[in-house]
Design a protein around this ligand. Structure first.
Ligand code: GTP
Ligand code: MG
Length: 405
């Protein structure tokens, strides 16, 4: 006590108080993840919905050095479990290839979302091969199945086009039903192009919800791409018009147009997409160069029906199949390859920025039939955290948005 009353003691107490107050002040100035990401390093916050405005771009983050093939194996773990592990169980202990085996294999593939039509085609080919080679060992059928799937998938892959020679931007329009993963795919794609040194503009064409525009702004900052936006509720065709015009004027390499999710069965909403396509074509001849349909693999066979309607309305030129990591329904990709005449160019195997891949059929089949290990699967905690950060409400992705009608 005496020490505390002495000048030296008072000095110590005052210094300690100053340190504690300083610490409390510093902690109170820290921002939440969502807040800091939206504001970036810029001390001035984004203006409230300016018309149209470009979001500030910052350097795209490098993806973490993960084993590329390992992530694919992880991502496909649940589909592998549903399809290939059950095939292995089926063959185990069997000595002959008989009718019962073929029937069970058929049932197994149909219930793995391969679909009846594609399963029949696969099995007819396998039966013919087994007869030709006079096969007796059921285990040999596993390799034949893997080859047949690989052959089917090989016909439906492709690459996104390069920016055209005339120096104008490549225009990619992204469409799909509500919550399929359009905006996330655009963010990942933009980041990839920026990493390759390309100048990217994103059109925040989902004007239906203000949160959808903010979501694009966050992805734009994360990717290092400019975002062209209008106010919520404005005409999506006008946003696309301004974005493509800006892309031409500013010498962008790529313009990616987001659109609001819509139920493929709502004709007036599909007509709105047709208008966006028309307007883009007026600004830049030949555009959009790619109409990318984003399909959610957890929709299984329903994805095929969606693809048919979108293709009839807006002429889909490529498919991105998302959420393969969270589903056992990845077998649907085989049906997509067989039933639709549209190449799958991209696959989504997680929410992280590097989880968008070019679709490589050979790697895909290898990961399914050869890759070992147990995957992360499911909609991970990462997903919830990212949704939180982006301000996405679970109900906003479902019927609650009202947009699907
Ligand atoms: N696990 C996983 N989740 C994904 C993937 N792609 C997208 N998602 C998640 O799916 C949810 C919906 O994604 P969005 O990009 O907002 O979907 P959207 O099609 O733009 O939705 P709307 O704008 O409402 O039509 C988000 O939680 C994403 O993180 C993927 O490949 N794997
Ligand atoms: Mg969206």
């Amino acid at each position: 006590m005496e020490f505390l009353q002495s000048p030296a003691g008072i000095g110590v107490v005052v210094t300690a108080l100053v340190l504690v107050l300083g610490l409390i002040f510093a902690l109170s100035r820290r921002k939440s993840g969502w807040e800091s990401e939206l504001e970036g390093d810029d001390p001035t916050p984004l203006p409230p919905a300016p018309k149209p405005v470009a979001a500030v771009a910052k350097k795209a983050p490098e993806p973490p050095p993960a084993s590329v093939f390992g992530r694919l194996v992880d991502g496909l773990a649940r589909t592998k479990e549903r399809m290939v592990s059950r095939v292995d169980d089926l063959f185990k202990g069997r000595k002959v290839i008989d009718e019962d085996l073929w029937q069970r294999l058929e049932e197994l593939l149909v219930t793995s979302d391969v679909g009846i039509r594609t399963t029949t085609k696969l099995l007819n080919g396998m039966r013919a091969k087994a007869e030709r080679e006079e096969l007796e060992d059921p285990a040999r059928l596993r390799a034949i199945l893997a080859d047949s799937v690989a052959e089917m998938l090989a016909h439906c892959s492709g690459r996104l086009p390069e920016p055209p020679e005339d120096k104008g931007p490549l225009v990619i329009m992204v469409v799909g039903v509500n919550g399929a993963g359009k905006t996330t795919t655009i963010g990942k794609l933009a980041a990839r192009y920026v990493r390759e040194g390309k100048k990217v503009l994103i059109a925040a064409g989902d004007t239906f919800r203000a949160a959808a525009i903010e979501q694009v702004v966050v992805w734009g900052k994360r990717a290092g791409a400019e975002v062209i936006r209008h106010e919520a509720g404005s005409d999506p065709a006008a946003v696309a018009h301004d974005a493509v015009t800006a892309g031409v004027a500013r010498g962008a390499d790529i313009v990616i147009c987001d659109t609001a999710g819509r139920l493929h069965s709502k004709t007036e909403l599909m007509d709105e997409l047709v208008k966006v396509v028309r307007v883009i074509g007026k600004v830049r001849e030949g555009a959009p160069h790619e109409v990318l349909l984003v399909l959610d693999s957890t929709n299984g066979q329903n994805a095929i029906a969606q693809a048919r309607v979108f293709a009839d309305s807006v002429g889909v030129s490529a498919i991105a199949l998302t959420k393969l990591d969270g589903t056992a329904k990845g077998g649907v990709i085989i049906a997509i390859a067989d039933e639709l005449d549209i190449p799958v160019k991209l696959i989504g195997i997680g929410e992280a920025i590097e989880d968008l891949r070019d679709f490589e059929p050979a790697d895909f089949v290898r990961a399914l039939f050869e890759g070992g290990g147990v995957g992360r699967g499911g909609n991970s905690a990462d997903a919830a955290a990212l949704d939180d950060e982006l301000g996405i409400q679970a109900e906003a992705l479902g019927d609650g948005s009202g947009y699907q009608g």
